[in-house]
Design a protein around this ligand. Structure first.
Ligand code: NAD
Length: 482
């Protein structure tokens, strides 16, 4: 399958980047926009993006001229009649895309392949809008397209043999890594990422922890490049809301119902970075932090001695009736508190990695003890994440279901372990794929974490995936990638 000339329809955030990627790989590109004004904006995107690359020394001025010289911009779809492939990147509205595909089908030569960059709409429905359903595929790039190395290539039940291979080979020529998948809402990356982000919005809404504490927990505790609210603001809350809606429509999994908080922010026009404010970006002044007056601290539970030593080194005294009692280890924290003479002094502490301490506050915890526990964690160099006494606290509550979803996705036959790991690393910039993370944490710890979440929330999707459960039972420490 020879692709020499490609069309890109819609030169917004994604389309302009996709056009650039094709032109960089030496293909001739016809970029189509809706009207002259949008076309000028599209041209601006292309010119600025390539100029930035020159400024950073990643591209010579001469190469830039060559790249721009390969792109023809037009407002006429009829100019696509010679294209071998057309990639559509217009807004995520099924009716717009369906009518565009019907139109392209009438314009493009019969052998041309039509591709959609949709994040969440069914590729099959778009294929059915044409007289060539076998030559319609998904080609899902990530933002920014010139930088992100992943392309999800999506085939439907009617895709002709050879078309998927041809498009995947082309994506390889563009310097991208390809994951080939079937037509399921969200494909690999959004199917795993968005429910995690939606879950984070749910924890915020339930008051389990604050926005900044959840972001810090996931960045510093789970080692992710961004916290969930930082990432939601980057993706755009409207986009996230749309994708969640599409996931829910397909799965009817209540965890995929878009968080009401997301809906409210979108309705208020707070869309994230693109509108200047989303979860972040408010102008409210931060609360002035109180300082605790705690003088004495007692540490109990697993690993208490080592932590008590750190407090002693910092000049705090140990006492039996201390101002604050820190309980390391098992949950529920409140059961330990209820046994004390002064239950308000007890706070649960759960260390996550080297830098984060989740500080679990129960219904009995006094305000003074809560403030003291937070300060004490800072004294010994940890980032405190105050949260409610709930299964998984913050990090495990968000991380374990995501890992479980990845195992279930593999078990369902949708994608291989190595494809899922590669997709999450290249599509989200995660330092490790979910299976690598599972193996690093330890399969039994994740299985047990999921059991605890399931026991507390009775959420069917939190029940450990059978494969994970069986591997733990069999004593395996790793997944079989063969
Ligand atoms: N933004 C992302 O992070 C991202 C990532 C992956 C995939 N996507 C998908 O890519 C697609 C485009 O998203 P975007 O963020 O680039 O949107 P965008 O709003 O930035 O760009 C859409 C562009 O399409 C143009 N357009 C609208 N109707 C048109 C028509 N009939 N003919 C030609 N051009 C038309 C608009 O003028 C606009 O420039 C969507 O399907 C989205 O789901 C987006």
């Amino acid at each position: 399958m020879a692709f020499e000339m490609v069309g890109v329809v819609g030169l917004g955030t994604m389309g302009a980047g996709i056009a650039e990627v094709f032109a960089r790989a030496g293909l001739r590109v016809i970029g189509v926009e809706a009207d002259a004004e949008a076309l000028a904006r599209g041209r601006g995107h292309l010119e600025r993006s390539t100029a930035r690359a020159v400024d950073k020394g990643r591209l010579s001025g001469e190469r830039r001229e060559e790249i721009l010289g390969r792109v023809t911009l037009t407002t006429s779809r009829a100019d696509l009649r010679e294209a071998d492939l057309v990639v559509e990147a217009i807004p995520e509205v099924l009716d717009y895309k369906r009518s565009l595909f019907a139109d392209l089908d009438g314009i493009c030569k019969p052998a041309a392949v039509l591709a959609t960059n949709t994040s969440s709409l069914p590729v099959t429905t778009l294929a059915a809008a044409t007289g060539r359903p076998g030559r319609v595929v998904g080609m899902h790039f990530f933002n920014p397209a010139p930088v992100m190395r992943l392309v999800e290539v999506v085939g439907t039940v009617v895709t002709e043999p050879g078309v998927l291979a041809g498009v995947s080979e082309l994506a390889g020529r563009l310097g991208k890594s390809v994951v080939t998948v079937k037509d399921r809402a969200g494909f690999v990356v959004n199917r795993l990422l968005l429910p995690y982000l939606n879950h984070a919005a749910g924890l915020l809404e339930q008051g389990v922890a604050t926005r900044d504490d959840i972001d810090a927990a996931m960045r510093l505790g789970a080692g992710l490049p961004m916290g969930p609210f930082e990432l939601l603001d980057l993706i755009g809350l409207d986009t996230a809301y749309e994708i969640m809606g599409a996931l829910f429509d397909e799965t009817r999994d209540r965890r995929h119902a878009p968080s009401p908080l997301l809906r409210e922010l979108v309705a208020a026009g707070l869309l994230g970075r693109k509108s200047g404010r989303g979860f972040h970006g408010d102008t409210a002044t931060p609360h002035r932090l109180e300082k605790s007056g705690a003088q004495t601290v007692k540490v109990i539970g697993e690993g208490a001695e080592a932590m008590a030593r750190r407090f002693a080194d910092a000049g705090f005294k140990a006492a039996d009736d201390a101002d604050v009692v820190l309980r390391l280890g098992e949950r529920p924290v409140v059961e330990h508190a209820a046994r004390l003479a002064r239950p308000g002094t007890l706070v649960g502490v759960h260390l996550v990695g080297e830098r984060v301490a989740e500080v679990a506050l129960t219904v009995l915890t006094s305000h003074e003890a809560a403030v003291a526990a937070r300060d004490l964690m800072k004294v010994i160099g940890l980032t405190p994440v105050p949260c409610k006494d709930r299964a998984g606290f913050v990090v495990d509550a968000l991380l374990h279901p995501y890992l479980n979803d990845a195992v279930r996705m593999h078990e369902s036959g949708y994608a291989s372990i190595s494809d899922i790991d590669a997709a999450m690393k290249l599509g989200c910039g995660y330092p490790a794929g979910p299976f690598e993370t599972l193996e690093e944490i330890g399969l039994p710890a994740v299985r047990d974490g999921l059991r605890a979440l399931y026991a507390e929330f009775r959420e069917p999707a939190y029940a450990p995936a059978p494969l994970l459960d069986q591997l733990v039972t069999a004593g395996a420490a790793t997944f079989d990638r063969a």
